[in-house]
Design a protein around this ligand. Structure first.
Ligand SMILES: Cc1cc2nc3c(=O)[nH]c(=O)nc-3n(C[C@H](O)[C@H](O)[C@H](O)COP(=O)(O)OP(=O)(O)OC[C@H]3O[C@@H](n4cnc5c(N)ncnc54)[C@H](O)[C@@H]3O)c2cc1C
Length: 459
C-alpha cells in the first residue's frame, strides 16, 4: 500500500463517467477516467456529415437546467418547439399523452376497467397497463410500443418499467400551454430526478450533444485516458482493492463503473456478488436517418408508431432544432427495436433504408422522391429490458447497489434504468459526496495501517 491517497478510478468516458469525475472534483477527490475506445462521449457522440447534417446517437434532448448546472447555458440554443403525437391512422395523430383522452373508445375502455374490473396483482406490465389506461389504449398503443423497446411480450415484463411517467395530467396541460405562450420547448416529464416547470425547457448545445462531454472533460483536473480498457476489478472481503487497466494493475479502494451492468460482472475477481446481474438484457436499436428535401414533413417532432410500421418511433429533429440540417432539408429518424443477430439487426444499410422508405408513405407520401441519402447506426444498448424473470435482482440493484464496498455502478447502463443524461447528473450529484467520504475514510485507514506496519518493520 502507498501512503498517498489513491485516486478514485472511473471506468468509461461517456457522459456518466465524465460527470462522476466532475462531481468527485467538486468534492475534493482526485479521479482518473479510463475509456476503452479511442474517444470520449460513448452514446452521447455527435458528428456532422459532408452535406451539413448533424447527428447524435438517436435524437437527444437536454434542458436549460442541466446545461446551466454544467456552466454551458451560454453555449446553447433554445428549441422553439417540441411535441409528440401517436399515429392511430393516416388522419389521426392525437397529441401524446393528453390527446389520447379525446379518443372515445380509449376513454370508454379506461372507465370500464376502473369500474368493473376487480383489483388484481399488478406486478406484470401487461396487467398494469390495462388496469391504468384501459384495455383498448393498452393493447393498441402502450403495449406494442413497450414490446418494441423490450423485445419481449408485455406479460413477461415487470410493471416497474411503467413507474416512469413523472408528470401528472393537469401539469401536462399547464406545461403545454406554457409551451404555446413562451414559444419555447418547455420540458414535459423528460427528467425523472427533478420536476418539470415552466422555466425548464429544451436547449441544444453548439457542436451537438458530444460538446457536453467535451466541456465536462475539459474541466477535469486530469485528462481522460482513452484506449485504456478496464480488464479486471480486484476485490478482497467484498471490498474493491484495485483494478487492471490495459494490462496494468492500479491500487484503489473506490471504482465508479459506467459499463453495462452485465458486462461489469465479468470483470470482478474475488467475489460472486454480481453474478446475478449477468443475465440482464439490453434491447438494441437500429437507427435509420433519412436525409430529405423539405421541412416539417411529420405532424410533430416525434411520432409514435405502435401499429403498421416496422419501427416504433419516427422523429424529425430539425423541426425542434432547425440548425441541424441545411435550409429546406430535413432528417427523419426511424427507430427499429432489434437484437444483435436478429433479422432486423442483420439488414444491410440499403435494406434498412428501403424498409423505411417503402413504409413511410402514410406519414410522408412522397418520401421516395425527397430522399437525398441516409445513415444507419446500430446501437446494442438501446433500452434495459425489465424482464419479470430477473425483476427481484433488478430491484435489488436499484435499492442496494452492487453489494461490493467501494464499487459503484452508475449511468443508464450501469444502473440498468431508463434514465436520461440529466437524471444521471442529479443522481451523481446526490451520491458522490457519500462516495467521496467513504473513499477518504478508507484511504486514511489504509495509510494508518501502513504506518503501523512500517513502525513494526523498522523496529
Ligand atoms: C436512441 C437514444 C436516444 C436517447 N435520447 C436521449 C435524450 O434525448 N436525452 C438524454 O438525456 N439522453 C438520451 N439518451 C440516453 C443517453 O444517450 C445515455 O443516458 C447516455 O449517453 C449514457 O451515458 P453513459 O456514460 O452512461 O454510457 P456510455 O455512453 O455507453 O458510456 C460508457 C463508456 O464506457 C466505455 N467502456 C465500455 N467498456 C469499457 C471498459 N472495459 N473499460 C473502459 N471503458 C469502457 C464505452 O466505450 C463508453 O464510452 C438516449 C439514448 C438512446 C440510445
Amino acid at each position: 500500500m502507498s501512503t498517498s491517497t489513491p485516486p478514485v478510478i472511473v471506468l468509461g468516458g461517456g457522459i456518466a463517467g465524465l460527470l462522476a469525475a466532475h462531481e468527485l472534483g467538486r468534492n475534493g477527490v482526485a479521479a482518473e477516467v479510463y475509456e476503452a475506445g479511442p474517444r470520449i462521449a460513448g452514446m452521447a457522440a455527435s458528428h456532422t456529415d459532408a452535406d451539413g447534417f448533424s447527428y447524435d446517437v438517436g435524437a437527444h434532448f437536454v434542458t436549460n437546467r442541466f446545461m446551466a448546472a454544467l456552466g454551458m447555458r451560454a453555449n446553447c440554443r433554445v428549441l422553439p418547439r417540441y411535441g409528440e403525437v401517436v399515429h392511430l391512422s393516416a388522419k389521426k395523430h392525437p397529441v401524446y399523452p393528453i390527446g389520447l383522452l379525446g379518443v372515445p373508445r380509449f376513454v370508454r375502455s379506461a372507465v370500464w376497467e376502473k369500474v368493473r374490473r376487480p383489483k388484481r396483482d399488478l406486478s406484470v406490465a401487461a396487467d398494469r397497463f390495462r388496469h391504468d389506461y384501459g384495455r383498448k389504449l393498452a393493447d393498441e398503443v402502450a403495449l406494442p410500443l413497450l414490446e418494441a423497446w423490450s423485445g419481449l411480450p408485455a406479460d413477461q415484463l415487470s410493471a416497474s418499467v411503467i413507474d416512469k411517467i413523472p408528470t401528472g395530467l393537469a401539469q401536462t396541460i399547464w406545461l403545454r400551454m406554457a409551451q404555446r405562450m413562451t414559444k419555447r420547448a418547455v420540458m414535459i416529464g423528460y427528467c425523472k430526478e427533478e420536476p418539470s416547470a415552466t422555466g425548464v425547457f429544451h436547449v441544444y448545445p453548439d457542436g451537438g450533444i458530444a460538446a457536453i462531454c467535451q466541456h465536462v472533460a475539459d474541466g477535469l483536473a486530469q485528462p481522460v485516458q482513452v484506449g485504456q480498457p478496464a480488464e479486471k476489478i480486484y476485490t478482497d472481503g467484498e471490498r474493491v482493492v484495485g483494478v487492471r487497466i490495459a494490462g496494468r494493475d492500479i491500487e484503489t479502494n473506490t471504482v465508479i463503473s459506467t459499463l453495462p451492468i452485465n458486462r461489469l460482472t465479468q470483470l470482478i475477481e474475488g467475489s460472486d456478488r454480481l453474478d446475478r446481474f449477468r443475465r440482464f438484457q439490453f434491447r438494441g436499436l437500429v437507427l435509420v436517418n433519412l436525409k430529405l428535401t423539405g421541412r416539417e414533413l411529420l405532424p410533430d417532432v416525434i411520432v409514435w408508431t405502435p401499429h403498421g410500421f416496422p419501427y416504433f418511433r419516427v422523429t424529425e429533429a430539425p423541426m425542434a432544432m432547425p440548425w441541424i440540417a441545411p435550409v429546406d432539408k430535413t432528417m427523419i429518424l426511424c427507430e427499429f427495436g432489434a437484437q444483435p443477430g436478429d433479422e432486423v439487426w442483420a439488414m444491410t444499410d440499403e435494406e434498412a433504408v428501403e424498409r423505411c422508405v417503402s413504409t413511410l408513405d402514410p406519414l410522408i407520401p412522397d418520401v421516395r422522391s425527397r430522399l437525398l441519402g441516409a445513415s444507419v447506426l446500430r446501437q446494442p444498448l438501446g433500452y434495459p429490458v425489465f424482464a419479470l424473470d430477473y425483476e427481484p435482482d433488478r430491484a435489488a440493484l436499484a435499492a442496494e447497489g452492487t453489494g461490493i464496498a467501494g464499487l459503484h455502478s452508475v449511468g443508464r447502463n450501469g444502473e440498468f434504468d431508463h434514465i436520461l443524461m440529466e437524471d444521471t447528473f442529479w443522481r451523481l450529484r446526490r451520491r458522490i459526496p457519500a462516495i467521496a467520504r467513504d473513499h477518504h475514510r478508507c484511504s486514511v485507514v489504509a495509510s494508518s495501517i501502513e504506518g503501523v506496519h512500517n513502525e513494526h518493520s523498522t523496529a
